[in-house]
Design a protein around this ligand. Structure first.
Ligand SMILES: [Zn+2]
Length: 456
């Protein structure tokens, strides 16, 4: 019976693993969530009956549940270098010139480049031994990172096992970028605001915070994702970076398919322009492109400085800025009575959407930047970051409005406002304040709706 059980457990795990790849990596599931849950439950039941067959790489064991006290230090098998950044086409051309020079008397100027998106997340290294995910680490200082294996295991697009035997490999260190999809970020912040917790400034911070939690169960709830893009070293004879990508794909890793092989440097430039605006339509934050020499022997020949590889460069897009006018500054009352000043702007199109409001955070922030009604201002927005007023455009020709002053009374209930010592936030302390009641009711309703969803 136990032999039969083992065989069945094995088949179920393989089956679930295949569906994980279809769902989380290829985004094309072939069974319903319900059917998937049934497979998972069957496996859990069998593992309950035969606990001797439970192993770490079983799909039931993604969330270890153990809360750790700190992260151990991990030494990377080869340093995780960061990339040199460029912000202009001229700097890109200089990079190409350095590559040509570095390759000595390379007969042709046509170097093949591999162009891929640069994700705004956290670089990690995933180590696999004999087909099993054994360790995951942050980049840290490049030489040493933190062991965040338990947290990385909860990301469903990271395979716990890979068919390494088919590629005749025993050891593999895969590198990739963990990120939080924009939708997950918006939902997480909504819940945090409702719970009166500080919201994350952007998806990158949210991903970083989630990866460094000591309780993997909370990380599991954060819906992180990964794009894998390379290896620490090629374990088998591979000639190009694009071949490496193909191998990673065969092994079941999640790769981003927005990448291009450019036969020469000139072909790289149109992609720089293409993604400057198209990045705004993605489901995740991209802050630039990575341009790599495709040939691995050329990469080897070019080598690295102490900080950066000489065969790759990042082209970074700067946050989009726009000029507009502050039509008015209003104060909003939150569920807990917090008063937040908001700038109402002449609508302006920036970074993929029309912006007509920008948070001014609090009184101190307005004072520091001296933002007044009627001012021309520069606002900035990139990715999911909430638009902010960068600065006021001062002009001697136009007479400015009065200094902005926070109201003395609650704009909704005329109640007394109170600013606790050492806090930047002004609060309405009237519990019966209609604005707060309304927010509390909305909060309650949305929470209830969520529970109903959860039950269904
Ligand atoms: Zn009030």
């Amino acid at each position: 019976m136990s032999k039969q059980g083992e065989g069945k457990i094995d088949r179920l795990r393989k089956n679930i693993r295949q569906h994980d790849i279809l769902y989380y990596v290829k985004d094309s599931p072939t069974i319903s969530d319900r059917e998937y849950d049934l497979l998972m439950r069957e496996l859990q039941d069998l593992e309950g009956k035969f606990p001797e067959f439970i192993c770490k790489e079983s799909p039931t064991q993604r969330v270890g549940g153990k809360v750790s006290e700190k992260f151990n230090t991990v030494r990377h098998s080869t340093p995780m270098l960061s990339l040199d950044n460029t912000y202009s086409v001229d700097e890109l051309k200089e990079f190409h010139a350095r590559v040509l020079k570095g390759l000595g008397n390379f007969p042709s100027k046509d170097i093949e480049y591999f162009v891929e998106l640069k994700f705004d997340g956290l670089a990690v290294a995933l180590t696999y031994e004999k087909g099993v995910f054994v360790q995951g680490a942050t980049r840290g200082n490049g030489k040493e990172g933190e062991d965040i294996t338990a947290n990385l295991r909860t990301i469903k697009s990271i395979p716990l096992t890979i068919p390494m035997d088919k590629e005749k490999i025993n050891f593999l260190e895969v590198r990739g970028e963990v990120f939080m999809p924009r939708e997950s970020f918006r939902e997480l912040n909504k819940i945090r605001e409702e719970d009166n917790e500080v919201s994350f400034a952007n998806p990158r911070n949210a991903a970083a915070g989630s990866l460094r939690l000591l309780d993997p169960a909370i990380t599991a709830s954060r819906r992180l994702d990964i794009f894998v893009y390379g290896l620490s070293a090629e374990p088998v004879p591979i000639k190009t970076h694009s071949e490496t990508q193909n191998m990673l794909q065969r092994l079941g890793f999640k790769l981003n398919m927005n990448h291009y092989i450019c036969g020469c440097f000139e072909n790289v430039l149109p992609y720089v322009e293409k993604w400057r605006t198209e990045k705004n339509n993605l489901e995740y934050d991209v802050d630039g492109l990575v341009i790599k020499v495709n040939s691995l022997s050329f990469q080897k020949k070019l080598g690295a400085t102490t900080k950066f590889p000489r065969w790759a460069v990042a082209y970074k897009y700067e946050a989009e800025k726009a000029e507009t006018k502050v039509e008015n500054i209003v104060c909003q009352v939150g569920r807990t009575g917090a008063i937040t000043p908001v700038a109402l702007l002449t609508p302006v199109f920036i970074s993929g959407s029309t912006v007509s409001r920008a948070t001014l955070h609090n009184e101190d922030e307005i004072k520091r930047k001296d933002i007044r009604v009627g001012d021309r201002v520069v606002i900035e927005k990139s990715g999911e970051i909430i638009p902010k007023v960068v600065k006021v455009i001062l002009s001697t020709k136009v007479k400015r409005g009065a200094l902005f002053k926070m109201p003395a009374q609650c704009p909704e209930c005329r109640g007394v406002l109170f600013r606790p010592e050492k806090e930047a936030i002004l609060r309405c302390v009237n519990y019966g304040c209609p604005a707060q009641l309304k927010e509390r009711l909305l909060h309650f309703a949305s929470r209830n709706a969520m529970d109903i969803d959860h039950l269904a």
